[in-house]
Design a protein around this ligand. Structure first.
Ligand SMILES: [Zn+2]
Length: 170
């Protein structure tokens, strides 16, 4: 579904775009030494710092779009306990993995267009093999949690997406 962009006047589509972060936000705070002892893949991350080792998983945060049957997905990271992280890894290829969890996680991605979203509490639900897990935010009055519960206004989503598309233009 195309719409006219308020920034460039061109056409964009919410269905074509999805946005994600390539690492939990803690990753860029690491020193070179810490980073060399840490691990980052497309789906998993382990960070070794002076505070010890911490564990992260890549996941999807899905927002329903109001007055439509469509959704918009943010690619995010959540921190997990070592036990949860280990269990997810252990059953990664197991079709029955959907019966495990959900796992408590802290959101570790700053989503644009909202007050700080990092460290919102969430539950991480494993999905069938091949799909990234789903993030369910704790029901609070944070605007992102409200948007996940009630849906985001399409006009507001377009505004956020337009800014992201044109982020590198200036
Ligand atoms: Zn545009």
């Amino acid at each position: 579904m195309n719409f006219t962009c308020s920034i460039c006047g061109g056409e964009h589509s919410l269905d074509e775009v999805s946005f994600g972060s390539n690492a939990p936000l803690q990753w860029r705070l690491l020193s070179d030494a810490e980073r060399s002892q840490s691990f980052l893949s497309d789906e998993q991350c382990e960070i070794e710092s002076h505070e010890g080792r911490s564990f992260y998983i890549r996941a999807c945060l899905v927002l329903p779009i109001q007055e439509s049957s469509r959704t918009f997905t943010w690619g995010v990271w959540c921190s997990l306990s070592e036990a949860s992280y280990t269990e997810m890894a252990q059953y990664w290829e197991d079709p029955a993995r959907t019966k495990r969890g959900p796992y408590f996680g802290w959101l570790c991605t700053s989503i644009p267009g909202y007050p700080e979203t990092a460290f919102l509490k969430s539950l991480v639900h494993q999905r069938e093999v091949g799909l990234r897990p789903l993030v369910e935010l704790e029901a609070t009055d944070h605007p992102l949690a409200l948007d996940q519960k009630n849906g985001i206004q399409e006009s507001r989503l377009r505004e956020i997406v337009n800014k992201l598309i044109h982020n590198g233009d200036q």
